[in-house]
Design a protein around this ligand. Structure first.
Ligand code: MRU
Length: 312
């Protein structure tokens, strides 16, 4: 990804520590968080210094590689966040390789390179379904920050950017991941506008959206999927208005062990994330971080191996 014109990744290993662009501080401040231990990595994932399913998987493999007690590290990292399948897939993958005698750090580096390559391929595959002059709506941040590089939903947009694209960016309350998306698009010089989450339906109804592309945190066997809270309603409104709705995700996001979306555990986060922007504090808030979108609303799933057409 470009940061002030220079190629960068959202995380990398250097000087015996994992360095992460601190996504809590962006876009106001560009700071690097340094994780020196598995405990630091677990903190970074839980507190969303690093976020987005593929990126937290990559952070976790470095966490395992830095640990002395493998089982303890795996358990600690798996307890950080419950919904993204990549986190669990990444931890299980590296633990198995280490147990088979492979070098821990080399495994972490390789896992991360592979994720970047998968996202690049998602970009190439997804670019084919983007028409010229398309106005694309996206939700949350499924860009390079969330995936180390390229992104999932943003990868096709980056690769097809010469097609004169425009991106509607949902703000994504309460953590405002849409600001991260707007920041990435600005860095890549792709035309966009941020909108309040409530505006998406109005724009779709008015014929101002040609295509929706979102990421995913976990995809069930029947292709129901979990993604950032607010995705479900965008999918329903897209179908109502006959707008193609695509999900972009690597195969590591597919959970073969669950039949449908109702079996996905949805993370509940702190109430303060909701009220933090108010001067007055209401008594109660509810803050589910993800929702489930049934497969019947999905046109297709863009993966590194091609597009799964769902014929909806
Ligand atoms: O809670 P977050 O910010 O870690 O949310 C996960 C996500 O980034 C999104 O849901 C995204 O659309 C899928 S992961 C690329």
């Amino acid at each position: 990804m470009l940061v002030n014109g220079k190629e960068m990744r959202s995380l990398w290993y250097e000087d015996e520590r994992l360095k992460l662009i601190d996504q809590r501080k962006l876009p106001e401040k560009f700071e690097i968080f340094e994780a020196k231990s598995v405990e630091d990595v677990a903190y970074a994932i839980k507190e969303m210094v690093v976020r987005g399913a593929p990126a937290i998987g990559c952070a976790a493999v470095y966490g395992v590689a830095m640990a002395e007690d493998l089982e303890r590290a795996g358990k600690m990292l798996k307890e950080t966040r419950p919904t993204a399948h990549d986190l669990f897939y990444a931890i299980d993958t590296i633990m198995e390789k280490i147990k088979n005698g492979e070098d821990a750090l080399e495994c972490a580096e390789r896992y991360t390179e592979e994720i970047v390559e998968k996202c690049r391929k998602i970009g190439e595959n997804g670019a084919k379904i983007i028409p010229r002059n398309a106005r694309i709506l996206t939700h949350c941040n499924a860009g390079a920050l969330a995936c180390v590089d390229y992104g999932t939903a943003l990868a096709p947009i980056r690769i097809a950017k010469e097609k004169n694209l425009f991106v509607w960016v949902d703000e994504t309350r309460p953590r405002l991941q849409g600001l991260l998306t707007a920041w990435e698009l600005e860095q890549e010089d792709i035309e966009h506008a941020i909108i309040a989450d409530n505006s998406a339906g109005y724009l779709m109804y008015n014929g101002e959206v040609d295509l929706v592309i979102v990421g995913a945190d976990r995809i069930a066997r029947n292709y129901d999927f979990a993604n950032k809270i607010g995705t479900y309603e965008k999918a329903v409104v897209a179908k109502e208005n006959e707008i193609p709705f695509y999900v972009a995700a690597p195969l590591s996001t597919f959970d073969k062990n669950i039949e449908n979306g109702n079996q996905i555990k949805i993370e509940e986060r702190r109430e303060e994330e909701i009220f933090s922007i108010y001067p007055w504090k209401p008594k109660k808030a509810k803050n589910p971080a993800f929702d489930i979108t049934p497969a019947k609303y999905v046109t297709g799933i863009i993966t590194e191996e091609g597009i799964i057409e769902l014929k909806n």
